[in-house]
Write a protein that binds this ligand. Structure first.
Ligand code: SDX
Length: 382
């Protein structure tokens, strides 16, 4: 086997087929079940996109009404889950809080299924599990932020759709339509992106016939990393480091001299810009106007122009999302948990797809260690 047979990071390797989304770097496009993501973000509530990813079609009006009723009925945070989060140190990372909460939910939901062969569940069970996680994640994420801020918990409101209720749960006030629209768009853009690291992690775990919750917990662990989902949090740390637009050049000189990765830029698949950025940038622009924060727009564009001109590396979705969530009022540490609340739809769609046509995922490795050797005093059994 020669070195160029080895695809480090599985770069460029097609590991399986999927009908859920199509990422096309040539045309810089992203389709969810055939629909361009820009069209979905501009016209659909996130609930309809979740339905599309799971069922392959957009819901009819009555299907959406039924879906919304089930989602609303499953928003509440169980006492056991609250207790598990409360048992964590107040300064635990929110990604660890959400990972713990999902793990507790999984243990409760699969309690009594003694035989590991039954843990995988039926497609119907896993569709229900997926929707229940989708419904409760806003309560988990918002509970974490309010706990850290010493604020009392807010209960869901059945008169609010998913995005508006998520904002209500977090801030305890009637969300503005502009903010709801920008937030809804961000959820749709973050929902799905083929075999990214966290989704592929979920598929690897699913391929062993392990359960959906174990696959989601593994995916959360993968998403936390700053090369992946953690980048949206890291973008805000960079903005805080730079301060204002006139600090960009000097900051970038130092960062590049230290060979730092500039978070929010670059992508394994898109090499001439991330197809989702224009739509999320438009959402950010609407928030900049709504909150009257031209300073954010100036810093954003100055850093983008400077880095692209120097390195020819373009922003990814995390670059506009970070400042957008900051303007809405989310703590920086809450940004990647928001990514979980969106990507739970893509992850679970891939879990269902993997289960429907499974093969254990187990690649090869090329050995480059020491040659075979033996224990001197070893005498083989005769
Ligand atoms: C997400 O896969 C997905 O679909 C993920 C995602 C999704 O929706 O699920 O799109 C979400 O994770 C987006 C990416 C978020 N991550 C970041 O913003 C972190 C910063 N980005 C880089 O770490 C990097 O761009 C990656 C990890 C995203 C992709 O890197 P690759 O494809 O492995 O390429 P590479 O790291 O080998 O970079 C190639 C060259 C290197 O230079 P050399 O060492 O060859 O001289 O480009 C440089 C890199 O140093 N480079 C960067 C850079 N990105 C690439 N240099 C500085 N800053 C960067 N951001």
């Amino acid at each position: 086997m020669s070195d160029n047979d080895i695809k480090k990071g599985l770069a460029g390797v097609v590991a399986d087929v999927t009908a859920i989304s199509k990422v096309n770097p040539e045309t810089n496009s992203l389709l969810y079940r055939g629909y361009p993501v820009q069209e979905l973000a501009a016209t659909q509530p996130f609930e309809a996109v979740a339905y599309l990813l799971w069922h392959g079609e957009l819901p009819t009006a009555s299907e959406l009404a039924d879906f919304r009723a089930t989602e609303r009925a499953n928003r509440a945070l169980a006492p056991e889950v609250k207790a598990a989060i409360d048992a964590l140190p107040i300064d635990s990372h929110p990604m660890d809080e959400v990972r713990t909460a999902v793990s507790v939910i999984g243990a409760i939901e699969t309690a009594g299924i003694g035989n590991v062969l039954d843990a995988v569940g039926t497609p119907e069970q896993n569709l229900e599990r997926s929707l229940k996680l989708f419904a409760v994640l806003p309560a988990i994420v918002s509970y974490g932020q309010r706990r850290r801020r010493g604020q009392r918990i807010v209960e869901s409101r059945d008169d609010l759709d998913y995005a508006a209720n998520f904002l209500w749960l977090t801030f305890g006030e009637e969300p503005d339509a502009v903010v709801v629209d920008a937030f809804n768009r961000s959820m749709i853009l973050y929902a799905e992106h083929s075999f990214n690291a966290s989704t592929f992690t979920a598929r690897v775990i699913t391929s062993t016939l392990s359960d959906l919750y174990s696959a989601v917990v593994g995916a959360i662990g993968a998403l936390k990393g700053p090369l992946h989902g953690g980048a949206n949090e890291a973008v805000m740390h960079i903005f805080d480091e730079i301060g204002t637009a006139d600090g960009v050049k000097g900051w970038l000189d130092r960062a590049l001299a230290e060979k730092r990765k500039i978070m929010g830029f670059g992508h394994r698949v898109y090499k001439r810009g991330d197809s989702r950025v224009p739509t999320m940038k438009a959402a950010l622009d609407s928030l900049v106007q709504h909150y009257d924060r031209p300073d954010v727009a100036e810093l954003y564009s100055t850093l983008e122009d400077e880095f692209v001109s120097r390195k020819g590396i373009y922003p990814n979705l995390d670059y506009p999302s970070g400042p957008a969530y900051n303007l809405i009022g989310y703590d920086t540490l809450t940004f990647t948990p928001l990514f979980i609340a969106a990507r739970i739809t893509g992850w679970t769609a891939h879990i269902l797809e993997q289960q429907a046509s499974n093969a254990l995922i187990r690649p090869l490795s090329a050995y480059n260690g020491v040659d075979e050797r033996h224990i001197q005093e070893y005498e083989p059994d005769t």
